[in-house]
Design a protein. Structure first.
Length: 92
């Protein structure tokens, strides 16, 4: 079987985790809708399940959590367009 640490990421219940992510971080409904429209790999990346610097629970003194998550979404989309493949680490 092969592996790496991403194995459990593939098995998470994305809709349920989006619900939890939005509740934990007190996100606006418009942000929740955008998250639901993302592809599963992109949603995992934005919510912090795919490694990288994103965390599931926003940390620090966050005044506008929706803006933080929308910025994550924008960055993940830009990285994907540039060929960064959101959520993928280097292959070795």
């Amino acid at each position: 079987r092969g592996g790496g640490g991403a194995c459990h990421d593939e098995n998470i219940d994305i809709p349920a985790e989006i619900d939890r992510f939005c509740k934990v971080n007190k996100l606006e409904s418009r942000c929740e809708k955008i998250l639901r429209d993302l592809s599963p790999p992109l949603a995992r990346h934005v919510m912090g399940f795919a490694g990288g610097s994103n965390t599931f629970e926003l940390s620090g003194d966050v005044r506008d959590p929706t803006a933080v998550v929308l910025a994550r979404i924008r960055k993940a989309r830009e990285d994907r367009i540039r060929g960064g493949g959101a959520g993928r680490g280097p292959r070795g």
